[in-house]
Design a binder for this molecule. Structure first.
Ligand code: PEP
Length: 254
């Protein structure tokens, strides 16, 4: 039997989907179907404007809240941006940083991702740091080099106590929103290398860091992925928009 060393974390990234009414309905359905009654920690990441309605719909639920992004500066003339402090004040305990859509569409570098993660830690918000290779990088055999370089650059200024509060998400870009998933073995191979690198960088604290897999996780592939030794949970996009699919993925942790 595969006994998990770390409590599984299932995080739903809603991206730019849902109205306030739809968000409240989805949260109600998740609670009604017992999303927080399984062994996993469950977190949802709605768009910024839906954080307050989602929080209101959650009542006393143990489902956690994440933001999808933040700025690294404390405050200032950054039109359209939201600070780590504002993320925390809004009720988020997690925040995704460096999602491949941010890297590809908004020019975020790993250095920026690291600064955002640091800003979040200063507000006691757990960063979910995303890394992952493109299809061209995978096909040219540079997956591990790319992923480790992203990780190193994002975590370069982190101390041992910082890392214990971080979550890493390995999300191969070619698998996000495409319906293509890394095989459990391919995902596990990358997760094992990420785990080894974290332990090399932070030998005393990296053991507690959860490394999630993301990229077309669905009810029918979740169990096999989550059974892998170094996969500590999932970052779920499309399938988190439907209560039934998201619950099935949460159930796959147990
Ligand atoms: C994501 O947005 O992080 C993601 C993994 O999306 P999907 O599950 O739709 O591939």
């Amino acid at each position: 039997m595969n006994v998990k060393l770390r409590k599984p974390l299932i995080a739903g990234n809603w991206k730019m989907y849902k109205t306030a009414r739809e968000a409240a309905e989805l949260v109600a359905a998740l609670i009604e179907r017992g999303a927080e009654k399984h062994g996993a920690e469950v977190v949802i990441a709605p768009p910024f404007t839906l954080i307050a309605p989602v929080l209101a719909a959650m009542g006393g639920s143990r489902i956690g809240l994440a933001a999808q992004n933040c700025h690294f500066e404390k405050q200032g003339a950054f039109t359209g941006e939201v600070s780590a402090e504002q993320v925390r004040e809004a009720g988020c305990t997690y925040c995704i940083v460096g999602h491949s859509e941010r890297r590809q569409l908004f020019g975020e570098t790993s250095e920026i991702v690291g600064k955002k993660a640091k800003a979040l830690l200063s507000e006691a918000v757990h960063p979910i740091v995303c890394v992952g290779e493109t299809l061209a990088e995978r096909e040219s055999g540079s997956t591990l080099k790319v992923v480790i370089a992203q990780l190193d650059a994002a975590l370069v200024s982190f101390g041992a106590s910082d890392i214990a509060k971080v979550v890493v998400a390995y999300e191969p870009v070619w698998a996000i929103g495409t319906g293509r998933t890394a095989s459990p073995k391919d995902a596990q191979d990358v997760h094992a290398v990420i785990r080894a690198r974290l332990l090399q960088m932070f030998p005393t604290t990296a053991d507690t860091v959860r490394v999630l897999y993301g990229g077309s996780v669905k009810p029918d592939n979740a169990k096999a992925l989550l059974a892998e030794r170094d996969i500590d949970g999932a970052l779920v996009g499309g399938a988190s928009l439907d209560a039934g699919s998201f619950i099935s993925i949460i159930e796959a942790t147990g």
